[in-house]
Design a binder for this molecule. Sequence first.
Ligand code: ATP
Ligand code: MG
Length: 802
Amino acid sequence: PVIDPDTLLDGMNPQQREAVVHAGSPLLIIAGAGSGKTRVLTHRIAHLLAARHVQPGEILAITFTNKAAGEMRERVEALVGPRAKAMWVSTFHSACVRILRRESKRLGFTSSFSIYDAADSQRLMALVCRDLDLDPKQFPPKSFTAKVSNLKNELIDEDTYAAKAENPMERKLAEAYALYQRRLREANALDFDDIIMTTVNLLQAFPDAAEHYRRRFRHILVDEYQDTNHAQYMLVRELTGGASGQGPKKTVDGEFVNPAEAQLAEIPPAELCVVGDADQSIYAFRGATIRNILDFEEDYPSATTILLEQNYRSTQTILTAANSVIERNSNRRKKNLWTAGAEGVKIVSYVADDEHGEAQFIADEIDKLSDKGDAKPGDVAVFYRTNAQSRVFEEVFIRVGLPYKVVGGVRFYERKEVRDVLAYLRVLANPEDAVPLRRILNVPKRGIGDRAEAMIEALASRERISFPQALLRVDEAYGMAARSANAVKKFNDLMAKLRGVVESGAGPAAILEAVLEETGYLAELQTSTDPQDETRVENLQELAAVALEFEQEEPVEGPDGEPVTQPGLPGFLERVALVADSDQIPDEDGEGRGVITLMTLHTAKGLEFPVVFLTGMEDGVFPHMRAMTNAKELEEERRLAYVGLTRARERLYLSRAVLRSAWGQPSYNPASRFLEEIPVTLVDERRTAAAAGPSGFGSRAGGSGLGGSRLGGSSAGGGSGFGSSQSGRRSGPAAGWGKSAGRMNDRPMVTLAVGDRVTHDRFGLGTVVSVTGPADDAKATIDFGAEGTKQLLLRYAPVEKL
Ligand code: ATP
Ligand code: MG
């Protein structure tokens, strides 16, 4: 469909229009919540395509989550049709991974490098600290992981840091950082922070690589700019070109030091458009810096700034509440959100006896809203400060039968069984990757203990080979018991066999199936009597469904013919590694219809819901305990409150519990100070009879009057069914592994004889040369002509007899 550029501007206010059509100089749109920043970005892209004849391939749009990227692509596609597919709309991480896959050789990686997530990084750092004999009390690996992450976000590499490390603590950190990086390189792996830092390094070190991307991306757009950290800031700067203080090095005579840089300097800077709201900056703890917004005009002296103040999301009541909370922060640009819309209903506040009462109130209220036709469960979101708070809501919602979905928390991809199986896949994709290899060495238990592992490690350092290589040379491991050595050999055989499956051309789903069967992992869960193991089987089913879905996706190609996602096992693993929390938010029209969304305030950024419950409004919970004695952190918590309040379109509920048991320790928490910052006139106060204390609104009396509260005994008991919200989401092709099922799929195995003609999904037509082995484990040698002669495991290979 060809859109009329003018209709793109229909219904937009003058500032929004200006932002959509602005051409040339860098553009900063700095505006309050719900003022249409994201909408402006989307329309700007459509306008570039429709009115300014920009090619989709010239556009790079950065969003905060994969989910947001998908939505933006969809909206642009609805406006301009399928050519939107060639745009890069992605998160910082996905965009950088794409660049790195293409450029990996320059950096000494292979393009199938692994991506370590936070848990992998922790594990690797723990191994590193152990190797360095660091006392975990004095030098906790966890804090080292966090510090290394901060350094990378500041683009400080291990050598730079080592050169300026001063005290013993810093020197130990420098040592650990260096070894950690070495191990990553040996494993052909990058951690999450490396992905950004390495891309920046690449663009700075290789002017011709920078030139390629600068010629390609003529328009760069960034959403949620307030949450970029320094590394991300530099990335945008390198890709755009043309910021002040940048530019190639010149000699005193004005000659370029590096001729390739002279070429680069001739490319006019890309058009840059960033949108953000300093009041919504909530990732300082991850190195995000408001400075990036505040300094934008300085770094890009020709920049144009546009302010948006009209809000299109919330009622005036909600906006006034949000304005009066955020006003308490110092050092902010004053802005005043307003709406042409209705005043709306009052904000409801509720004080419960305890957290069970709070959850019960919310469940009752959602029931009432749907009975009256005011809202459906799918319109409702429940927010909390920390993941652990979701449990009580889950208990109550399960008991009363309200459909819900937890976003984040123990995320699907963080579940043990999912990580175990993915670790197998990762080793199959990248045999040198020691971290997942060590994870699965003895999972399921096969008699390879810590001692045996230590001996392999000793062999590796003695022979100066990697751990995976040492594992294959187990016979040389000094002093290992024969039983352990045998177990290692059996493990090596198992992995060789699985590698055979990969080489047979099987797709990710079939490989996953082979792993579950050949390792005995699935059988162990299926014969277990632990009810949780049933949930685990469901989760693995879910994973198999994800793999199958991935396989069945049509490959998307960019304008230059390069695939947007890699196919096969590496592509699947890349996809999995890059999923963020918000990818699990149910789609409005899809499978998640009518489901209440539970999530942390951090995850809620950028989203909107007709009905919002902000829970745990207690000092010590929200604001978080940690922030209460630190003015800066308290301001960040207040911005988080502002984010939470401004997600609501029509109805907003603020609730708290007088008595809350956290980690089994009951505590009486006073009302959150943020409640006090909301004018009483906006609030409809409801409370239980027992909780006689002040609600907290407008009266900072300190949450006394607690004596009358009673201990509610409404716990739903038992942890049954948790996580079940994850399963059943897809009930697809992989469903139906009964407890008794021996094999997961009942695809009849092909039997072949010498001379048979076959087709293979990937290798095409072939002729059987020989067949060996027992029926259940038969291997066929097949001549595929130009594709070569392959050994295939018939049970998993995608072959058919002609
Ligand atoms: P946040 O700060 O929370 O990210 P935002 O500034 O990105 O918010 P959007 O999500 O783009 O705001 O817009 C908020 C809501 O207002 C959306 O539902 C959007 O469709 C709607 N909206 C924005 N501008 C207009 C407009 N001119 N006319 C009608 N609706 C609008
Ligand atoms: Mg937005």
